[in-house]
Ligand binder design. Structure first.
Ligand SMILES: *[C@@H]1O[C@H](CO)[C@@H](O)[C@H](O)[C@H]1NC(C)=O
Ligand SMILES: *[C@@H]1O[C@H](CO)[C@@H](O)[C@H](O)[C@H]1NC(C)=O
Ligand SMILES: *[C@@H]1O[C@H](CO)[C@@H](O)[C@H](O)[C@H]1NC(C)=O
Ligand SMILES: *[C@@H]1O[C@H](CO)[C@@H](O)[C@H](O)[C@H]1NC(C)=O
Ligand SMILES: *[C@@H]1O[C@H](CO)[C@@H](O)[C@H](O)[C@H]1NC(C)=O
Ligand SMILES: *[C@@H]1O[C@H](CO)[C@@H](O)[C@H](O)[C@H]1NC(C)=O
Length: 404
């Protein structure tokens, strides 16, 4: 094993003259293009973490910034760091809806709604939590600083029920709520980002009909409209009735209240984001993961890209990436239009042509994450919360754009 990894790193230093940062390693993809044996789907499939030959899981975790393309060096910079800043025994507290609120330099996120270990779903709503980035930055030289960063519950009033996705919205935060049982409809909630965290329901129906379970939301920086995905996870996690609408992507024009549909034809539309200038929309389809009903390996675990037309409608759907391992859940862009998504082993990064540039490898499902401006990122991996420093900067969020 030692010989193998020595051989591996020698090989790597030959192909890669660049100084490799301490927490990074180069992965030569030619090294696994032709494996000695390729295991059958019962052994190697969507749920199994693949490591290139010669790389143990410990090696992979020890240097978690995996460089698949030289362009990744510019994204991570000379000294990227990855730090555990929270961990729970089993409660999936660190799930999705990761949002940076610049005025207080806090990052908000939510607990998994509907996971058995969370006891949420039908019985109680999940909780919104936050951390202070000052505290995270103070421990970034450590690899595991769990317990040293305060994770604070946010008492939204009235409650944001079963929140799953979120983004900045006109100085406040907009959450997608998945609903609860047959009588509490999935809703878009707006929450004041500071105390008393008062909330207002912005939308809870489509011409009187309940959505299935709202999942994620993004604001187009060009027109300021609210685009959101509706999908089946409330039903697939047993806390919503049978769906009564197709799974689609909707658009709310907050000035007129008009709700329109911009895309359909998904299995399970999930994460949504826009390129920095709003000319592309990205939507993840996690159709391969049916929650309590298991996996379907031939269904999408895919990211689709659309052109956003000047009038805000979408055209030219094309596949951007089929991810492996796992499913692509949360999705965000950096200021250069590179695309990041939380998948089965961490966060993957692609250039705008869909070429994998690198991974931030945490060895477990990372449903969502977000930038906190320039050089900082927070990753939610269910029972583990991570703080990342790197060179890249998150695409500007709509609330910071001049209002039109
Ligand atoms: C997928 O692979 C894992 C091992 O990584 C195995 O435990 C599981 O049974 C496989 N799933 C199916 C449906 O074959
Ligand atoms: C609700 O709680 C009951 C009793 O604690 C439990 O049996 C049931 O599985 C829970 N339901 C959900 C959807 O979490
Ligand atoms: C970080 O440390 C805590 C104990 O302090 C442990 O429970 C947790 O599993 C560790 N996390 C990782 C990813 O190693
Ligand atoms: C919260 O309350 C303030 C003060 O009344 C109000 O200006 C703001 O619009 C409210 N925000 C939400 C999201 O309800
Ligand atoms: C938006 O950015 C893309 C490149 O990401 C560029 O091709 C396009 O011209 C830009 N559109 C506008 C309206 O600036
Ligand atoms: C799995 O997904 C594919 C593609 O979406 C679909 O055609 C097939 O019916 C699904 N299989 C099952 C068992 O649901």
């Amino acid at each position: 094993m030692l010989v193998l990894s020595l051989l591996f790193s020698t090989l790597l230093s030959e192909v890669c003259p660049q100084t490799v940062p301490e927490q990074a390693q180069f992965v030569d993809q030619r090294g696994f293009n032709a494996l000695k044996t390729v295991p059958p789907p019962s052994v190697s499939n969507l749920t199994s973490i693949f490591l290139p030959p010669g790389l143990s899981e410990d090696d992979a975790l020890a240097k978690p910034f995996h460089v698949y393309d030289e362009a990744f060096y510019d994204i991570i910079g000379t000294n990227p760091t990855l730090t555990v800043i929270g961990s729970t025994g089993g409660d999936p507290l660190f799930h999705e809806a990761v949002v940076w609120y610049p005025p207080t330099d806090e990052v908000f996120f939510v607990q998994n709604a509907g996971a058995a270990a969370a006891g949420t779903g039908l019985n109680k709503s999940n909780v919104i939590l936050k951390i202070s980035l000052d505290q995270a930055a103070a421990v970034s030289s450590q690899r595991n600083a769990s317990g040293q960063v305060e994770v604070i519950a946010v008492n939204a009033t009235p409650t944001v029920i079963n929140s799953n996705g979120a983004t900045n919205y006109r100085g406040e935060i907009i959450f997608t709520g998945e609903g609860q049982g047959p009588d509490i409809a999935p809703s878009l909630f707006v929450m004041n980002s500071v105390e008393p965290y008062n909330t207002t329901v912005l939308l809870n129906n489509y011409f009187g009909r309940q959505f299935n379970s709202l999942n994620d939301v993004a604001i187009n920086p060009r027109n300021g409209d609210v685009y959101f995905t509706d999908t089946l996870y409330g039903y697939l996690q047993d806390f919503r009735p049978s769906p009564a609408l197709p799974n689609m992507v909707y658009r709310l024009n907050p000035s007129t209240g008009a709700v329109t549909v911009v895309a359909d034809g998904f299995e399970l539309p999930n994460g949504i984001t826009f390129s920095p200038n709003g000319s592309y929309a990205y939507v993840t389809d996690t159709g391969a993961q049916y929650a309590l009903y298991g996996y379907n390996f031939t269904a999408p675990a895919s990211i689709y890209r659309y052109v956003v037309e000047p009038d805000g409608t979408w055209s030219n759907r094309k596949i951007f990436s089929y991810v492996s391992p796992g499913i692509p859940d949360g999705i965000h862009c950096d200021t250069n239009g590179n695309v990041y998504s939380g998948v089965g082993d961490g966060v993957h990064v692609w250039n705008p042509s869909g070429t994998l540039l690198g991974k931030i490898f945490v060895g477990m499902t990372s449903a969502n994450f977000n930038f906190a401006g320039k050089g900082r990122m927070v990753i939610c991996a269910e029972t583990q919360l991570y703080y990342v420093t790197l060179a890249a900067e998150g695409a500007v969020v709509a609330s910071e754009m001049p209002s039109s």
